[in-house]
Design a protein around this ligand. Structure first.
Ligand code: TLP
Length: 342
């Protein structure tokens, strides 16, 4: 398995030697008491980068999103989001189970606009669940790492603000959006009341996400994180990996985007598959009629992909996969497809 080219996700990266060194020399304390200096430093850095008053270190992106849902809603409220958003589709029904919230699903391929939000806005009537939160995912995972258009975010943000709804950014890969678009994370985050981002994806840390927002929101989030079992102790070792990732692994995301484009271009026009456009960031979505057969044969040939559904495969480029490996993954996939076609 070790020599396989692992394109299942950017979560598979392992800490670099320099990151491990930063982890092993981290100053530690008990973070449930707020006394881990390295965690505090990471939280300050995250607040600064997103332009928010505060930030909270979380064990996962899923917990960061679900804590935000719980903080902004009451049971019986509605959450508006894309029908293929991670917060709805990939978090085990968490919004329903942990917050008693129902989802109002919008758009397609992760994208939706003000018009969709307006059309789904229920009248103020006792029959309807009250919308309290809109969640936007940027970049959007299932659609192939697409960047959510800022003009739509701004328009949706204004609509939400007028109604007293909160706007949450699932920014698991917001640094990819920033590097690809040239907009700073702070600019992307500006219309949002809360922002989650992951250290454990393209940034290459082993664990961890940040949830950012204003002071009152962070106070609520601290309580809810504890309720959800996410209070951590001498976790500065992991926070040190996060600080290292933010200091050293952001600009290099551009290389991952180049590798994804290279892979997509290598597969474009090959019979038996359909590419979901040219990737804007680090995720390549491949549509294939026999996706599970292709997935299995690719695995036998040493290329690991994600099987998203019966007709969709996903390849994600990252820190631990070189340009040469991506080139050979493309060759192997073309060969496997040609065998299928014969
Ligand atoms: N995504 C994972 C899987 O869960 C699908 C992956 O391999 O891409 N938001 C977004 C947009 C995500 O893509 C993910 C993880 C999360 C949140 C959750 O992060 P974790 O895995 O830390 O709970």
């Amino acid at each position: 398995m070790n020599s396989a080219i692992d394109l299942r996700s950017d979560t598979v990266t392992r800490p670099t030697r320099a990151m491990r060194a930063a982890m092993s020399s981290a100053e530690l304390g008990d973070d449930v008491y707020g006394e881990d200096p390295t965690v505090n430093r990471l939280q300050e850095l995250a607040a600064e980068l997103t332009g928010k008053q505060g930030a909270l270190f979380m064990p996962s992106g899923t917990m960061a999103n679900q804590v935000a849902v719980r903080a902004w809603t009451q049971p019986g409220d509605a959450l508006m989001t894309a029908r293929d958003a991670h917060v709805y589709l990939y978090e085990g029904g968490g919004a329903a189970a942990l917050s008693g919230v129902q989802a109002v699903l919008l758009g397609r391929d992760g994208l939706f606009g003000l018009k969709d939000v307006q059309a789904a806005t229920a009248p103020d009537d006792i029959h309807f669940a009250r919308t309290r939160l809109v969640s936007i995912e940027n970049t959007h995972n299932r659609s192939g790492g697409r960047i959510f258009p800022q003009v739509e975010t701004d328009a949706i943000g204004e609509w939400a603000r007028k109604r007293g709804w909160a706007l949450h950014l699932d920014g698991a890969r917001v640094f990819n959006a920033s590097v690809a678009s040239g907009a700073s994370v702070e600019e992307i985050a500006r219309p949002f009341d809360s922002v989650s981002f992951c250290l454990s994806k393209g940034l290459g840390a082993p664990v961890g996400s940040l949830l950012c927002g204003d002071r009152g929101f962070i106070e609520d989030a601290v309580r809810i994180r504890k309720l959800f079992g996410g209070g951590m102790r001498q976790v500065g070792m992991l926070a040190a990996a996060g600080i290292h990732a933010l200091d050293h692994h952001v600009a290099r995301l551009a290389e991952d985007h180049q590798k994804a484009r290279f892979l997509a271009e290598g597969l474009a026009g090959v019979p038996g598959i359909e590419m979901h456009g040219i990737p804007e960031t680090n995720i390549v979505v491949i549509k294939a009629q026999n996706a599970s057969g292709l997935w299995k044969r690719a695995q036998e040939e040493g290329v690991l992909l994600s099987l998203m559904d019966a007709a969709t495969l996903r390849a994600v480029t990252h820190l631990d996969v070189s340009h040469e490996e991506v080139a050979s993954a493309a060759e192997i996939l073309v060969r496997v497809l040609a065998q299928d076609d014969a």
